[in-house]
Design a binder for this molecule. Sequence first.
Ligand SMILES: NC(=O)c1ccc[n+]([C@@H]2O[C@H](COP(=O)([O-])OP(=O)(O)OC[C@H]3O[C@@H](n4cnc5c(N)ncnc54)[C@H](O)[C@@H]3O)[C@@H](O)[C@H]2O)c1
Length: 273
Amino acid sequence: MENPHYLKEWYNFSGQTILVTGGAGVLGSAISRALVHAGANVVILDLSLASLADDPDLTQITAIQTDVLDVASLRHAAEQVLTQFGRIDGVVNAAGGNKPQATASAEHSFFDLPPEAIRWVGNLNLIGTILPCQIFGQVMARQQAGVILNIASIAGLRPLTRTPAYCAAKAAVGNFTQWLAVHLAQEYSPQIRVNALAPGFFLTTQNHYLLIDPETQTLTRRGQTIIGHTPMGRFGDPKELVGAALWLLSPASSFVTGAVIPVDGGFTAFSGV
Ligand SMILES: NC(=O)c1ccc[n+]([C@@H]2O[C@H](COP(=O)([O-])OP(=O)(O)OC[C@H]3O[C@@H](n4cnc5c(N)ncnc54)[C@H](O)[C@@H]3O)[C@@H](O)[C@H]2O)c1
């Protein structure tokens, strides 16, 4: 039987340069931390780098203030990374989110959601994924190799109530992931892979207001409904995204491209009955 010596090598990221947009956020920083421990040269690209100062795992790494909606800012980041490390092996697109103004409620109906809030959510999640894929994907096309991991959401697989712009944008991220996987493999190199994770519910700053009542600090009705529809009966811990992220960034997934993988405690598998 063949000796599976490659098992140890798959998750050794030494010498690889991996960019993480939104890497200062809750999920992006969990993935960045894991990549640092796996030996990668991690470069965090985020609009706000302030939170990194408090993180012992991330203070030493390269962080570049970058706006994923600004092509000049992304080009500047690419130039800096190439000067420092010479290549880009992986990109995790974790910048994204929703906002209360784009969320329908009893006081704030769908019909009255302001176009600028809808546009903000669509831009950040969809355009903020496409633009980094253009800038960094072109580097991978030149290298004839690379891995892109987009962070979509289960909200793009099964629309959630109240968050129409977010659900639509995340569905588009999943669709774009499949499109780009085909395009890069056919037109540039089958050694460039593009996949996405669809996280379920992880309690973070962007969704805290929807899940936890600020006065009582107990679950809102929406929070209770989510737990009731999650067969595992709890929210995810950001660390629980790491295994799937490292798998999709590593040669362990060398025949996987165009996949959107839910990490959701069974939420999307459950019909409710
Ligand atoms: N938290 C969850 O339960 C959950 C579930 C499914 C999907 N997601 C998705 O996972 C990703 C990360 O979410 P999170 O919970 O860590 O959110 P977060 O708010 O903690 O992190 C998002 C990060 O993106 C950065 N950012 C925002 N706009 C930016 C811009 N224009 N350019 C560069 N950086 C920008 C923010 O500064 C922040 O650090 C998002 O795409 C989110 O939609 C989250």
